[in-house]
Design a protein around this ligand. Sequence first.
Ligand code: HEM
Length: 456
Amino acid sequence: MTVESVKPAHPGAPEPPAPPLAGGGVPVLGHGWRLARDPLGLFARLREHGEVVRLRLGPKTVYALTSPALTGAMALSPDFKIDGPLWESLEGLLGKEGVATANGPRHRRQRRTIQPAFRLDIIPEYGPVMEEEARALAERMGSGRPVDCTAESFRVAVRIAARCLLRGEYMDERAERLSIALATVFRGMYRRMVIPAGPLYRLPLPANRKFDRALADLHVLVDEIVAERRASGQKPDDLLTALLEAKNENGEPIGEQEIHDQVVAILTPGSETVASTIMWLLQVLVEHPEHADRVAAEVKSVAGDRPVAFDDVRKLSHTNNVVVEAMRLRPAVWILTRRAVTETELGGYRIPAGADIVYSPYAIQRDPRSYDRHLDFDPDRWLPERAKDVPKYAMSPFSVGNRKCPSDHFSMAQLSLITATVASRWRLEKASESNDATRVGITLRPHRLLLRTLPR
Ligand code: HEM
């Protein structure tokens, strides 16, 4: 599948057909009730109806893609932009002026501003902070009390993003506030996306008030971070300085709102996605002790008796494969959407201008057409001799194309280091009060994972 394959074959060719309507819809709500009740099951079953299928969400038609090739073709095509229900609901959180929701020239300019902070050759500069935070996490896990993995995963993710990219000494209290705010906001955003009942969300109900408070706190937090930097008078060579000094297309300083939205657009995905993935990794270490033992043995073979270091990470091939396999089966970003900017074609079907397209990396990465024993947790499937059989785009947890996550190397480095540090220090087991059922929101994560640690 190439980028060209999203375009009509010949200008005079007959108009391609509309994609088939997925089965299982109900009158009035269409597939909306399934999307609300069992979204992961709905997306997993869509492949039975075709590679492009129509879904009805109330009065709206949404187009779903179920093959890796088509998701890659869409991500690389200029016929689609960031917009649609997911992004409209996210704009309330991420703002309208940040990199994650901008399109066109503004988006290109913003990517140029933030990209240098994520360059592969810069990542080792973040090594000492990542090491320090990973070791501090492992230390806290040994307190003797059950480890609250939600709080701890957010804490380490926020502290690493804030200390590396914003060079701030942001205290645990901020990570705690951000974690609580994001959990509430992301759950509320998801509800608003799948059940678009606008006026209902403005009623002074406890759930709406909680949502509004959480959103306000998130923005206050970001204002504090920006104000503190300005008050310090310092300009370290970091992402925050790049944002504060950025110029717009006319060479003028960008406005306050854009600075604010940019910090939100970096801190928010930088903490929720990484924190959710750390929770899954901790769960994987409990559920697959044989792989936890292999990680510990690998660390021992590379680092001996000293604590594992950032520079060791590239030698920890099994640990890296554990991380990738956890991200395959439990991707934090499980749903993505685009909007067609022009009438176009995907997989031989007509996509009208303005159509909303959706796909689920969760369903794509668990597709038996792409993976043998697709539901097995098998990190060795990422050994080079086996990984070459995985179809293109069947494993793209950071997406591809111009919206690809800028933080793929930054994220992988910290996730592998954290996994190696924790697994080499502790054996993990589930606490009796733990609830590790999958919690579906804008990201996927366990509901409330509580673990006990036993020394290795
Ligand atoms: C975009 C995944 C960590 C910042 C994205 C996208 C994905 C993704 C799939 C593309 C969305 C789309 O195509 O519509 C992840 C995963 C992460 C992670 C799985 C960790 C496990 C981070 C971190 C940061 C970050 C740590 C920043 C500190 C961003 C930003 C964008 C983005 C700013 C928007 C890029 C754009 O639209 O140009 N991420 N991400 N992400 N991510 Fe990440």
